[in-house]
Design a protein around this ligand. Structure first.
Ligand code: IMP
Length: 208
């Protein structure tokens, strides 16, 4: 059995991983399961850098393989902003409403055709021997002029996904999980993990 610690306190992300990773092959542990309570500073300026910081810290602490993700919204008309700063775009601890208000204000002069954007998710796996793998998932869309749908997760209400003709906030969980940046990155990582030798998951120093 391959043990993996998910370096996130987000219960939704944990449940998603458990759903996607076959429970006969993978034992998925949370930070709570391994007693990790530290705060990890995400101070890199790329998604890859931030996911690596988190996965490395948790793998070193536990001795197990750790997976972390970092995600955000890239808006073309804003030169890729808010990008890695998506969560803090309207200040530390900003609500979804505040993030959207700031984004729509910054984009108030941007014409319809130029409102292209993508959600990006990068996943990093760090093995007990220090080796690492990265997988990236992206989902293209357009930024609406006003909110559609009423979930309060980040930028979901203003991110319009053309193939389904609705915003991320108007989708069911199943719909979003079938095309989202995070789902795509998770599946890409899972594909890569299939080629990783069993020995990579053995933990000589596991404390958990
Ligand atoms: P983190 O990867 O958990 O640090 O998330 C970065 C930020 O990007 C989140 O706080 C959201 O504001 C935004 N974000 C990432 N993925 C999504 C999504 O699927 N929907 C809406 N906002 C998202």
């Amino acid at each position: 059995m391959r043990t993996i610690v998910i370096a996130s306190n987000n219960q939704k992300k944990l449940a998603e991983f458990k759903h996607i990773f076959d429970s006969n092959e993978y034992r998925i542990l949370s930070l709570k399961d391994v007693g990790f309570v530290g705060d990890i500073e995400e101070n890199a300026d790329t998604f890859e850098g931030n996911s690596l910081i988190k996965a490395l810290a948790v793998s070193e602490f536990t001795g197990y393989t750790a997976i972390a993700d970092d995600s955000g919204l890239e808006v073309d008309a804003l030169g890729g902003a808010p990008g890695v700063y998506s969560a803090r775009y309207a200040g530390e601890g900003a609500s979804s409403k505040q993030l959207i208000e700031k984004l729509l204000y910054e984009m108030s002069e941007v014409e319809d055709d130029n409102r292209t954007a993508r959600f990006v998710s990068v996943m990093c796996a760090v093995f007990p021997n220090g080796e690492r793998l990265f997988a990236r998932g992206e989902c293209e869309g357009m930024i609406l002029r006003r909110e559609a749908g009423d979930n309060d997760f980040g930028y979901d209400p203003v991110f319009f996904y053309k193939p389904y003709g609705k915003s991320f906030a108007e989708m069911t969980a199943e719909e979003k999980n079938s095309i989202s940046h995070r789902a795509r990155a998770t599946f890409a990582l899972l594909e890569q993990l299939k080629d990783v030798p069993e020995g990579y998951f053995e933990s000589p120093v596991s404390k958990a």
